[in-house]
Design a protein around this ligand. Sequence first.
Ligand code: SF4
Length: 126
Amino acid sequence: MSESSASVVKVIRCIVCPTGCQIQAISKGSDVVFEGYTCKRGLEYAEQEYFEPKRILTTTIRVESGLLPLIPVRSDKPILKDKLDEALIEIAKTQVSAPIEMGDILIENILGLELNIIASRNLAKN
Ligand code: SF4
């Protein structure tokens, strides 16, 4: 493979362990290869992050009759990055009622993605 046909298309910091290896996604012709990882978990992370990145979604939901008007929530699994906006719109349409316990499922199977939006704290009734 000649040097001229390869180029770094993305630099990914592996967050699987504290070592924090810097992994490069390198385009070689029609393929993408990864360099800079030092273990298999790093390669798996880089492939996931490059081809199908996911994030834990964190936001708030409006609360009726709560001590506070909003409750912080998060997804219970990482969600595909390109579904984040759609999920946020769905969450913005939602209102829940107090009392709420940390870990309560406030939106089940959001967008059919097989993950739930759960409460990140307790919230008492007003
Ligand atoms: S590639 Fe392996 S050693 Fe490097 S940060 Fe990722 S998990 Fe840790």
